[in-house]
Design a protein around this ligand. Structure first.
Ligand code: PLP
Length: 287
């Protein structure tokens, strides 16, 4: 029997542009060798410029989507993206609380790339009270971390505050800072562990945070440590932006399947053709 792929249960919103949200999670997980069990928390109406409107899924539906799957199959990692409402934070908390052995990786979505707010001040407080005490890794950008730790006077102090709330590790991303390079800083166990610098790319990208966090969650699901997963996923997310393209009129989309390009263009393609043909033959024989 074939071995099943490890499952990342992703609490996420739907983005009809296909750039962020659940589609970003599914594409990143597939790229990393994992699979998403999608628990939809919100429906959004948006284009590549901004979110126009969103509606949170009823909290009871969020709990039921998750619990039915958790009773049916092993889940390796919980990944949280857009949660939609304070009721959904409570609902997700109740699910995570019942599965303390499953690692929790959180992308605290506070606003869309175009600026539309996707979480209230009360929701930021609820992350600190209910989600961070159960979180292994949180991946805020600098705008998000300032909202999540309003009392802190520097980005290092903000990360410290999230670790004081209970997060084991923090990966603070630097895309929104005015630095020449993008500097991502990894903290853990109350210390700064590592800063990594990335060439700043020329465009504005939609779904980059979702790509990074779901790649980390998937690598952890595949057995990597949080620290290794964080390094590998940064490389993957950056490459997906290098290959990014403009499918609408505004923000660019990452190409999360950039890694298939060389493969499809190379001789492997004929190998695939041969394989498919021989499988077809086998299938015909069985018929
Ligand atoms: N999830 C959903 C459903 C969204 O609509 C958005 C932004 O619009 C995000 C997540 C965050 O996307 P990003 O990775 O660009 O921060």
């Amino acid at each position: 029997m074939n071995k099943p792929l490890p499952v990342v249960m992703s609490f996420s919103g739907n983005d009809p542009t296909g750039g962020a949200g659940i589609q970003a999670d599914i594409e990143s997980a597939t790229s990393m060798g994992a699979r998403v069990a999608p628990v939809i928390t919100a429906i959004t109406i948006q284009d590549t410029q901004n979110v126009k409107f969103f509606s949170a899924v009823d909290a009871k539906m969020v709990i039921e989507q998750a619990r039915v799957i958790l009773e049916d199959m092993p889940v390796a990692v919980f990944k949280l993206g857009m949660v939609g409402s304070i009721e959904n934070i409570n609902a997700i908390h109740s699910v995570l609380h019942d599965y303390p052995e499953i690692p929790v990786i959180v992308d605290p979505i506070i606003s869309a790339g175009g600026g539309k707010s996707l979480a209230s001040y009360e929701m930021a407080l609820a992350y600190s009270d209910l989600i961070f005490p159960l979180t292994n890794l949180v991946t805020p950008n600098s705008n998000e971390i300032r909202l999540l730790a309003p009392g802190a006077d520097s980005l290092d102090a903000c990360a410290q505050e999230l670790m004081d709330d209970g997060c084991e590790y923090v990966l603070l991303t630097g895309t929104h800072e005015g630095t020449n390079q993008v500097i991502n800083t990894f903290y853990g166990h109350h210390k700064k562990i590592e800063a990594s610098c990335w060439e700043r790319l020329p465009h504005s990208y939609h779904g980059s945070g979702c790509t990074l966090t779901s790649a980390i969650a998937s690598l952890v699901a595949c057995g990597h440590s949080i620290s290794d997963a964080t390094s590998i996923a940064q490389q993957y997310a950056w490459q997906s932006l290098v290959y990014g393209y403009q499918s609408g009129m505004n923000q660019y989309h990452p190409d999360r399947f950039f890694w298939t390009k060389g493969w499809i263009e190379s001789d492997n393609r004929s190998e695939l053709k041969n394989m498919t043909q021989s499988e077809e033959k086998t299938a015909r024989r069985l018929d």
